[in-house]
Ligand binder design. Structure first.
Ligand code: UDP
Ligand code: MG
Length: 151
């Protein structure tokens, strides 16, 4: 059992639909400790670094627009970024978040409850959670300075 940290992003579709609070309610009910929280202005550079492993995917360009808030008209490209800490928090948060495809996600998960696929085929899955330990460490460094993590 390992004490880990994981990066959570409340995606622009959730911000636009004003369900940030509902999502945080579920995250908080997990019992994990919140150790970082801030609004971040998502530059194209940050977005592309965050999703660099997906750069060859056909949906990459749209994904960058999505995470920057440009598909949802979010002013100043802002997004709420959180870091949670605890035993196996990476995999435990992924269980709470649910499958990538919101139509396949279990309805008891955040994506299953709040996600959708638009008529244009865009996944709107409301939340990002780091996929594994390596990603979590890389992503937390990308989004937060050391002294912004309070533990
Ligand atoms: N994505 C998409 N279409 C796909 C796969 C992924 O639009 O077929 C988007 C979706 O927003 C997803 C993100 O790309 O959350 C990152 O993909 P990944 O496979 O890492 O899924 P996640 O780790 O977010 O579940
Ligand atoms: Mg992923």
């Amino acid at each position: 059992m390992a004490i880990e940290k994981t990066l959570i992003l409340i995606k622009p579709d959730a911000a636009k639909r004003k369900i940030t609070g509902l999502i945080i309610d579920r995250l908080e009910n997990s019992g994990f400790e919140l150790v970082g929280a801030k609004l971040v202005r998502v530059t194209k550079e940050l977005a592309e670094k965050h999703y660099e492993a997906l750069k060859d995917q056909p949906f990459f360009e749209n994904l960058i627009k999505y995470i920057m808030g440009e598909l949802h008209g979010i002013a100043n490209n802002k997004i709420l970024a959180l870091v949670y800490k605890g035993e196996n928090v990476i995999s435990e948060m992924r269980k709470i978040v649910g499958s990538t495809n919101p139509e396949q996600a279990d309805p008891t998960t955040i994506r299953g409850a709040f996600g959708r696929i638009t008529t244009k085929g865009q996944f709107e899955n409301v939340i990002h959670a780091s996929g594994n330990k390596e990603d979590a460490e890389r992503e937390i460094k990308l989004w937060f300075k050391d002294d912004e993590i309070i533990e």
